[in-house]
Design a binder for this molecule. Structure first.
Ligand code: UDP
Ligand code: MG
Length: 152
């Protein structure tokens, strides 16, 4: 568990279209995470197939690629203590019907095929996803809140 751990978080096209980008960013900021990369991308199906390579062959895969390429995605990288696991906890369960209220999916979504956000599921997949979405790298800086959020 490192304060430098990074996770890839994305607001999916339905989240962007519904105007939830700011709300989702605010939750990560308020929790104490540091934003180190951010961009809006209308991704091509071939690119999304790389992002979701592990799911190729699943019955929902074609629909997932169509959904994810249907509009812009707000792609970001957040850094902080236990960012991957905590990020997943903040998103909620994959199926929003099983997501606890207070989580992003539990507050803003109903169905698995429109679950508004993505978060890396492990440190290794976070590293892969960050390289894929941000080949240019992330931004290094010292956040003003670092010493108040962490026990440093
Ligand atoms: N998905 C779907 N139907 C399913 C399972 C997953 O449409 O039965 C979609 C859903 O949008 C999910 C994404 O595929 O977020 C990736 O699935 P994964 O199992 O990796 O869930 P996640 O990591 O996003 O919680
Ligand atoms: Mg996943």
């Amino acid at each position: 568990m490192s304060t430098k751990e990074r996770t890839f978080i994305a607001v999916k096209p339905d989240g962007v279209m519904r105007g939830l980008v700011g709300t989702i960013i605010a939750r990560f900021e308020q929790r104490g995470f540091k934003l180190v990369a951010l961009k809006l991308v209308h991704a091509e199906p071939a690119f999304l197939e790389k992002h979701y390579a592990d799911l190729k062959g699943k019955p929902f895969f074609p629909g997932l690629i169509k959904y994810m390429s249907s509009g812009p995605i707000a792609a970001m990288v957040w850094e902080g203590l236990d960012a991957v696991k905590t990020g997943r906890a903040m998103l909620g369960a994959t199926n929003p019907l099983a997501s606890a209220p207070g989580t992003i999916r539990g507050d803003f979504a109903l169905v698995v095929g429109r679950n508004i956000c993505h978060g890396s599921d492990a440190v290794e997949s976070a590293e892969k996803e960050i390289k894929l979405w941000f080949p240019e790298g992330v931004v290094q800086y010292t956040h003003a809140l670092t010493e108040w959020v962490n026990e440093v």
